[in-house]
Ligand binder design. Sequence first.
Ligand code: HMG
Ligand code: MG
Length: 314
Amino acid sequence: MNFSAFPKKIKIVEVGPRDGLQNEKSVIETKDKATLINMLEDCGHQSIEVTSFVRPDRMPQMADARELFPLVKGLSEKGVALTCLVPNLKGLEVAKELGVKEIAVFTASSDTFNKKNINATISQSFDRIEPVIKDALASGIKVRGYVSTAFGCPYEGYIDPASVTEVAKRLTELGCYEISLGDTVGTGSPLSVQTTLDLVLKEVPKENVALHFHDTRGMAVTNILMGLSYGITTFDASTGGLGGCPYALGATGNVATEDLVYLCETLGIETGIDLMKLSLASEFILGILKKKTTSKFLQAYINSEKNLYIPKPL
Ligand code: HMG
Ligand code: MG
């Protein structure tokens, strides 16, 4: 492995409050979501995905988005990027009303998944996204773009990296400053990450590419390692390993932020995140959800009574 290509520092986009919680069935109080977001900021997170302005009947856990955002908005004064998912102009109106400074638009490289998730084919999704991006940029709002099913689809299976590249390129041309390639149900492998990055990076500069792995098959950290070898510097992750999309069959949590930070610590890559404080944030939300973490690091940390040896690079 080409360790010399690895970045010295990465940015983590903490998607726990949005991707992490959206699939949870029990109602989480808005104030508890706000506490979680504040705790995540206290860990060192500079980029947090807060919520989404989608149909409340399609995503009930995000129905309090209007109430939640104002509770945490002040964190942007500390320089934290607070992103909200926006599917259409209706969602953008809410974002503008609340003073959101960064949004994420989302589509996929699979028509079948897109139809289930957002009731639109890829082509139809661009008819919606294009005016959203134009209006947002004209209003001084930064826009991030997601390409779901970039490494496989729960309904269509194999996805041609050329389709992923086409969607990523189009989002970039429309003005997205960063494209996050989503491994929606964790079907990515080091080989598919390699093949996909080989093509995508011909069209989108690596500085503008982020990787968003779900750990459904235990491959997320391995896939991140492959991404690092391409010099990718932005990775999405979720506190405690929560996460998943209800419209993706068999979806489970994102890579746990703890596992990503731990990997980086062993490699000498700076993340700016305090692992011990992060574990407190995860334990806080897992306690509310009455769930155990899927994070291997967090399990080991708890089992060792929080006295864990962390191997450092020599
Ligand atoms: P639609 O049904 O096509 O929308 O929904 P429509 O324009 O036909 O409108 C139908 C009704 O919805 C209307 O209400 C609209 O007002 C209302 P009515 O007139 O019938 O009373 N409506 C809205 N209400 C609130 N907010 C809105 C909104 N838009 C329309 N923004 C839509 C299309 C995309 C909105 C819907 O299908 C939806 O909300 N889907 C949920 C999508 C979602 O949140 N998915 C999870 C996030 S993506 C993800 O997790 C993947 C990712 O993590 C990366 C990865 O892992 O791969 C990002
Ligand atoms: Mg996701």
